[in-house]
Design a protein. Sequence first.
Lengths: 448, 346
Amino acid sequence: MDSAQALHRLHFAFTITYHYLFPQLTMGLALVIFLWKTMALRTGEDRYNRAARFWTRIFAINFAMGVATGIPMQFQFGTNWARFAETAGGVIGQTLAMEGVYSFFLESTFLGLLLFGERRLGPRGHWFAALCVFAGSWLSGFFIVATNAWMQHPVGYTIDAAGRLQLASVWALLLNPWALWQYAHTMLGSVVTAGVVIGSVGAAYVLLGRHADAGRTFVRMGVPAGLIGSVLLAFPTGDTQGKMVAHNQPVTLAAMEGLFETVEGAPLAILGQPDMDRLELDNPLEVPRMLSFLTYQRWGAEVKGLKDFSREDWPQNIPLLYYSYHIMVGLGTIFIAILGVAALQLWRRRLFESRWTLWPLALLLPFPYIANTAGWMTAELGRQPWLIYGLMRTQEGFSANVSAGNAMFTLIGFMGMYTILSILFLLLVFRELEHGPQPDDAASTHAG
Amino acid sequence: METLWFALVAGMLAMYVVFDGFDLGAGIVHLYAGRSDRERRLVLQTIGPVWDGNEVWLLAAGGTLFFAFPVLYASSLSGFYLPLMMVLWLFMLRGLAIEFRHHFDNAVWRPFWDVVFAGSSALLAFFLGAALGNVVRGVPLDEEARFFLPLWTDFRTGAAPGILDWYTGLVGAGAFLALAEHGGWWVALKAGGEVQRRARAAARAAWWGVAAFTLVVTAVTFGLQPRVLARLSAHPWGLVFPAIALAGLAVTGWSGRLGEDRRAFLGSCAYLIGMLASVAFGLYPFVLPSSVDPSRGLDIYAAAAGPYGLRVGLAWFVPGMVLVTAYFVFTYRRLAGKTTMQEDGY
């Protein structure tokens, strides 16, 4: 791999991976805050408003981080991927411009009102501000996922005389089936992050015996939200995406599953390490015939292995792709188990006495972040060696006029900048968690 | 259709400069206008509820540029790679300074972020001006409309310039003064007491600099980029744009002396819009002139997306802008009048 290409890829991968740590919480949290505001309006119980207020402060810190790290993303298409931007801008520029016009203005207008406007707006007005922030952030997610989905599965375009891709149907772009399923899957992932973070913090408060009332309110929201999200992530959204990959990107499926040989009745690898020298899976732990069934609903169906695809079409980093995919699926399964037990205990009204259930719940906090990151890595590594699947290879897309040295300079700059950001972020969030939701927390004191 | 999108993107950039310009300018005068922590909080509170929305104009303009003129987007962003990345870092630092300053109340944390806020605002104003200077001067485009500019070469304009040369530096300094004045009037308009008095003094002082720079930069630009003067003499109706700028400058100078902050601020808005519109008019139909061959360059027809995309873009862009206008009217009406010091927030 040419070193300029490698650096431009790493540049984008690093900045996008870091960026996505924040929106994955804020999008889910925006929904949860909206639900709490709705419950407060319906029941008149103030504990929902207190919970919303506390999490809005955490939301604000995360949102500021998301905005700060999100600005470079939009520009990187032009700075580091100029040949791609020129070729595909006629299509994906549409969704990115829509995001700016429809989401960013909406969010920036109403976030301030959500943060500082509770007293002046009254309950209904404040509820409306929560709705607008929720709508803005979920719209933003849609435009980004639609952009990515088009790169995975290009639709609604023509190729002009200069070899550039031009939009042929805006509806095809927005209603790309790949986009709709990927959007559902991504947003559910965000709901799981928010649900688990809220549930974990709540469980920790209960275990600590501090802010225990508020902690119970958090757990009652976080556990069901996380469980519903986790189940829907597996089925139907994950399952359908798997089938779309099998149909449109069969070589990606083989690489994700670590399947080297074409076989009828292909097994599903649960564990094992892809050995790229001998082209086999080391130490495999497999469920016989399961992959064939999951993919084609027939136990004996043939699944094509990597060896039957041209090597130049293989994703470049098969082990990383394989591990990303397995980590995502493995963690997703663990979420269903832990949250399922917690939900059962909650339903039996025993959860808050059961330390055996609260502890795993409290420790679950970082894992949705890992699962969501692994999921995005699966999507992005799985698309390789293509930048736009079947149309443009990654090596044809980066800015050839920006040298490796310049790309490394700014990559190091971003790494330094994000190190500082991480320290500040953790400092501020831990301070909020330490402070906790106060029972006398007046409408908009202690701004976040 | 290409011309319409050229005007729309230029209009969005002008909106960006007018709106984010005043909060950048507030940052430039921040340390001078606000001496105590309380006064500095007041400066921040005049822009607190709006700065983020103002900055969105740049993101939205960037997105619109990407979709309407993908070739220009690809060429300019990769060609101006280094300064653009530095601008992004400055934007990040500045946003954090505004949002994180109020989280701790101590004598190290707050003054630190005050300096970050003022410094990043000042550098951004300078860099945005220098960027404009680079576009006017032109860049060494190759056959594929690509280029890569180093930060500086010999500080001279010519076939192989750097981002910073005497001309772009001059435009950058002019932008710094213009936004300092713009932000000064904003703070004077929104704040009271000593903060208002100092912001006014800063804006009045900056006005003289702006007036002088306007003369110098205009004269130099006519020499450096003959296209601008040629366009103006071929289409004299375009003189309306420089006339707006001059009228704005005159109104600001006159009203500023009388202490009519509101009119002075509006005059400054007119000045910025007039100047940017003059540049856009003077370069049209080029969006990136060539510094190698003055007759060539990237024009809107070569840079634009396909006709269907541009047409369908209007269908969602226009309703979107109606909504955006509604948000801005709502926000600024809600915040009309003097900013009252809030104990919570910023």
